[in-house]
Design a protein around this ligand. Structure first.
Ligand SMILES: Cc1ncc(C[n+]2csc(CCOP(=O)(O)OP(=O)(O)O)c2C)c(N)n1
Ligand code: SF4
Length: 287
């Protein structure tokens, strides 16, 4: 059985002290241990952004893909090797701006991948521009007079686009976040976990204190039913998505087990090996 230590790497952290991404990393490692995962059968596909550095800090297979292309790579990986536990991770820019087209289709396709979006309402890596989840009026170097755009609402989008698992966590609320990631991994289908992960350097509006005052925890409301799509949409609308907890989950069968002929047979043989000559031939065919 792998331990927390097994999922750590020696890589020195690149993040600013206090960045919310530290909490997301810790919760992911706890969730991996809780589900009994092993580093050699776990893969993280991470996007470009401060958040995308996360793959370097989890001992597992790791693909650091181009900006916005986390989901096609993660879904392809899972379809090619269903024995892998595949997690995708990236920022709100990666997911809901350049990656939005992939996001919508991943939701309705329902491949068994857990997608963790580290949402700080700003572009961190490129030094603080407005992102799709920035609030109207948010001032940055790209919007010095305040953003005119209305923000994207990723949770309502996900629930209405056919998602089978949608949750939101807060990087400071570790036990809940680790549990939500664990539930997402155990969900047989595509799981979106949007994580409020404050950027202490470029977002001085949506701070830890601000979230602690405004976030409502669905765990404190026993009357909430996370298995009703209309109820989820109504709650998200009423709270402006400022909630944490399991928002929506339905029974699901993942895409990959529904592919005719592949229900019981992995797509890739266990000892898949390509010799150098064949590999060079494949590369040459792209010239
Ligand atoms: C195709 C492409 N377009 C733009 C960029 C520049 N770029 C890199 S990261 C980024 C946004 C980062 O914001 P987010 O995804 O929210 O992640 P964060 O850094 O906040 O974690 C942008 C626009 C890029 N690397 N590649
Ligand atoms: S710039 Fe913001 S998102 Fe990036 S590491 Fe620093 S605090 Fe985190």
């Amino acid at each position: 059985m792998a331990t927390l230590q097994d999922f750590k790497t020696e890589e020195k952290s690149w993040w600013c002290p206090g960045c919310g991404d530290f909490g997301v990393l810790a919760a992911m490692q706890k969730a991996l241990v809780a589900v009994g995962a092993e580093p050699r059968t776990t893969a993280i596909v991470a996007g470009i952004g401060c958040s995308g550095k996360l793959g370097n800090y989890i001992n597992s297979y790791n693909i650091h893909v181009t900006h916005g292309r986390t989901l096609p790579a993660a879904l392809g990986l899972k379809l090619a090797n269903r024995d892998l536990l595949v997690l995708a991770a990236g920022g709100d820019g990666d997911a809901y701006a350049i990656g939005m087209g992939h996001f919508m289709h991943a939701l309705r396709r329902n491949v068994n991948v857990t997608y963790i979006v580290m949402d700080n309402h700003v572009y961190g890596l490129t030094k603080g521009q407005t992102s799709p989840t920035s609030e109207s009026g948010f001032k940055t170097k790209t919007t010095p007079k305040g953003s005119i755009d209305r923000p994207v609402h990723p949770l309502m989008l996900a629930v209405s686009a056919g998602a089978t698992f949608v949750a939101q966590g807060f990087s400071s609320w570790q036990p809940q976040l680790a549990r939500l990631i664990q539930q997402g991994i155990q969900h047989p289908g595509f799981a979106l976990i949007n994580v409020i992960s404050p950027c202490v350097t470029y977002n001085k509006v949506n701070t830890y204190d601000w979230y602690k005052k405004t976030l409502l925890n669905l765990d404190d409301d026993p009357s909430y039913n996370p298995h009703s799509r209309p109820e989820a949409l109504a709650r998200l609308d009423a709270t402006d998505e400022l909630v944490t907890g399991l928002i929506y989950q339905e029974e699901s069968e993942p895409y990959e087990t529904q592919i005719a002929g592949f229900r019981d047979t992995p797509l890739v043989a266990q000892d898949w090996h390509v010799d150098n000559a064949t590999w060079n031939q494949i590369l040459k065919s792209f010239e």
